[in-house]
Design a protein around this ligand. Structure first.
Ligand SMILES: [Mg+2]
Length: 255
């Protein structure tokens, strides 16, 4: 059995670990089950994620981690020229396969960009928007990490990657191909690492719940401020709780 866990809103909230999540993950491991951490947050690099886990004293391994940056990079062909709007995590993953087009190079309307890759970027501005627009107008594909329009922090919601992507889509009059949850690119990466039964735990139905549907596995919902009303005609969560800890306890007490 594999527990696929969303990170923001399930394991932690920005820089605060959520109560009981460490104990829940320990319980999963002690029951002989596996974990995968699957996040649409494209900002952090793999080593920053592992540092964050160890800062919370939570056991986590590189092969267990899947980000929307990895998923976006999986849609870039080796050797392509990529203009990236995003944080260190996205730059790292795309640079593993592609040649990064610099800000200066992208100032040229004809910079020969093959693909524009967009994620969450707190330095997003008009100049980057213009460069992305020109590249797409000149024929570059538009790939995005995720469509989450907001991002939960302890102080409330802030704009998410989806809000950045929406402005690039509007300016370039092109729809992006999304790589993160609930889409196929990240489902393919996670599926390839899993053998047998799995469940998905997340706090956002439109990403985590639909990702569970894409994967064909049950969905457990952790209620948070990003949890939306779930359309009645779509698959409902098997269980709804206030924390990962409650879900894991309830699951194993039923066994
Ligand atoms: Mg979440």
């Amino acid at each position: 059995m594999v527990w696929i866990l969303d990170l923001d809103g399930v394991v932690w909230l920005l820089n605060d670990v959520l109560e009981g999540s460490k104990e829940a993950i320990e319980k999963i491991r002690s029951m002989g089950s596996d974990v995968r951490f699957v996040t649409n947050n494209s900002v952090l690099t793999v080593s920053s994620y592992l540092k964050k886990f160890s800062g919370f004293n939570i056991e986590a391994h590189e092969h267990e981690l899947f980000t929307s940056s990895m998923a976006a990079a999986s849609l870039v062909a080796p050797g392509e020229r990529a203009y990236v709007i995003g944080g260190p995590g996205l730059l790292e993953e795309v640079s593993r396969v592609a040649t990064l087009v610099t800000e200066e190079e992208a100032d040229d309307r004809h910079a020969g960009v093959d693909v524009v890759v967009v994620g969450w970027d707190h330095r997003f501005n008009f100049s980057k928007l213009t460069k992305a627009m020109w590249a797409v107008e000149s024929g570059a594909r538009l790939i995005a990490t995720n469509s989450d329009t907001t991002y939960p922090t302890p102080e409330g919601l802030i704009p998410g990657a989806g809000s950045v992507v929406a402005s690039v889509e509007a300016a370039s009059r092109t729809n992006a191909t999304f790589a993160g949850k609930p889409n196929k690119a990240i489902a393919d990466l996670v599926s390839a690492s899993i053998d047998g039964e799995a469940v998905m735990v997340g706090d956002r139905y439109s990403t985590d719940g639909l990702f569970a549907s894409t994967m064909g596995i049950p969905f457990f919902l952790v209620e948070s401020e990003v949890s939306e009303e779930i359309p009645r005609d779509l698959p409902q969560p098997v269980m709804t709780c206030r924390s990962l800890y409650e879900i894991v306890e309830a699951y194993y007490s039923q066994k």
